[in-house]
Write a protein that binds this ligand. Structure first.
Ligand code: AMP
Length: 393
């Protein structure tokens, strides 16, 4: 059965088509600059990667071209072969603790939650409607980034602010990257060969979050109401003293939108280094003696260590630590610095095994108190799995 996994942004559309239940990826790609000038798409198959420049008026136009490409590439012979389409949704609020089939009510709720994910939820609705218009015969399923975190107890998801901010305005921790944390924790349990485990999963990319997962259920996570909480990130500040916000708004005469831009787009690695949000550039800067890059990296690592230590204590131990996403999978130095700071817990890195990028591997020695792994994440596959399960049911 063919299942299409899609991730619609305001001007982009990422996709991957799977043969399920074999979980075989058939073709993937991304449409970019939808509705803008110079739009184009890239498509990757087993054999080749192609890029085409084409006018993409809207998401519906992108889906139409995608279907033509799937047929031209011989992956499908008719649209009806695609039985399910899974749509990634960033914010599912407290409404969704699992993936669900799209209905009018589901769309209404995703829309209602738009103020919590203004860049993502409206774009996802556009993606769903476009996909429904082009491929009406398929079943459409929504897969929420927040769903995995819905098992968190209220003492961990509530903020110490007036209680009615929660009841009236839904102010609470929702978390993010849930699909990724779920995928790597499942994989880690498979590797360990048991499911009664205490895991710490570190999704460290441009956006970054850490979760504590007990027996496959998330009990805490570092992201909050929005994806700007917890760790320091590429351009996001993560946890800060909340009163910095009114203080700096007054000093610089900023509007809420302006201060939000500073905290989301001009902080983190970029804000501290003044050089870049990309950890490769930071590494480069450090190698060239740039002190602010060195400081940015030190702060970045320290915050990861803080969260791992916190969750180790909260879970009363840990059976495995996982690194995933762009930096977690590829930055040898970041992993080394994090694990070196955790020596006190009996963690011992294997330098040789850590000298790797983008593959599943244990990076600690046999003597290490906790095995630490790199596990490449696969959010598209999780979306396809959930979609397949719902369509099959
Ligand atoms: P993601 O958001 O998961 O796509 O991760 C993106 C981030 O991964 C980039 O901003 C880079 O900082 C980081 N990254 C990707 N490749 C490497 C690499 N080879 N070494 C260090 N960092 C990397």
């Amino acid at each position: 059965m063919k299942i299409l996994s899609v991730n619609a942004g305001s001007s982009s559309l990422k996709f991957k088509l799977y043969e399920m239940p074999e979980e075989k990826g058939l073709i993937s790609g991304v449409f970019e600059k939808i509705g803008l000038k110079d739009s184009f798409y890239t498509i990757k198959t087993d054999k080749e990667k192609i890029k085409k420049e084409v006018e993409l008026k809207d998401h519906e136009a992108a889906f139409k071209i995608l279907m033509e490409e799937l047929m031209e590439n011989g992956v499908i012979s008719s649209l009806s072969e695609i039985k399910g389409i899974g749509h990634r949704i960033v914010q599912g609020g407290s409404y969704f603790d699992q993936s669900v089939e799209v209905t009018e009510d589901v769309i209404k709720k995703i829309k209602e939650l738009s103020s919590l994910a203004p860049l993502h939820n409206p774009a996802a609705i556009v993606g769903i409607k476009a996909a429904q218009a082009v491929i009406p015969s398929a079943r459409h399923v929504t897969v929420f980034d927040t769903a995995f975190h819905q098992t968190i107890e209220e003492e961990n998801y509530l903020y110490a602010v007036p209680y009615n901010w929660y009841t009236d305005y839904k102010v609470r921790r929702y978390g993010a990257h849930g699909t990724s944390h779920k995928y790597v924790s499942l994989k880690m349990n498979e590797i360990l060969g048991r499911y009664n485990t205490k895991l710490i999963t570190c999704h460290i990319g441009n956006g970054a979050s850490i979760s504590a997962v007990v027996d496959g259920k998330c009990i805490n996570t570092s992201m909050g109401l929005t994806p700007n909480a917890g760790l320091m990130m590429g351009t996001r500040c993560g946890d800060i003293d909340a009163t910095i916000i009114p203080y700096i708004m007054e000093k610089l005469n900023l509007t809420p939108k302006e201060v939000d831009t500073f905290l989301n787009k001009e902080s983190g690695l970029l804000g501290i280094s003044g050089v870049s949000s990309d950890s490769r550039d930071i590494e480069d800067g450090i190698n060239h003696g740039n002190k602010r890059c060195a400081l940015a990296q030190k702060m970045f690592v320290k915050r990861i260590v803080d969260y791992i230590a916190k969750y180790y204590v909260e879970m009363e131990g840990c059976d495995g630590i996982v690194f995933t996403a762009g930096i977690g999978e590829n930055s040898i130095s970041t992993r080394r610095e994090v694990l070196d700071s955790l020596k006190i817990l009996g963690i011992e890195i294997d330098e040789e095994k850590n000298n790797t990028r983008g593959e599943t591997i244990c990076i600690t020695t046999d003597n290490s108190s906790i095995p630490c792994y790199v596990i490449p994440t696969d959010e598209e596959l999780m979306i396809a799995r959930d979609t397949y399960n719902i369509v099959e049911r």
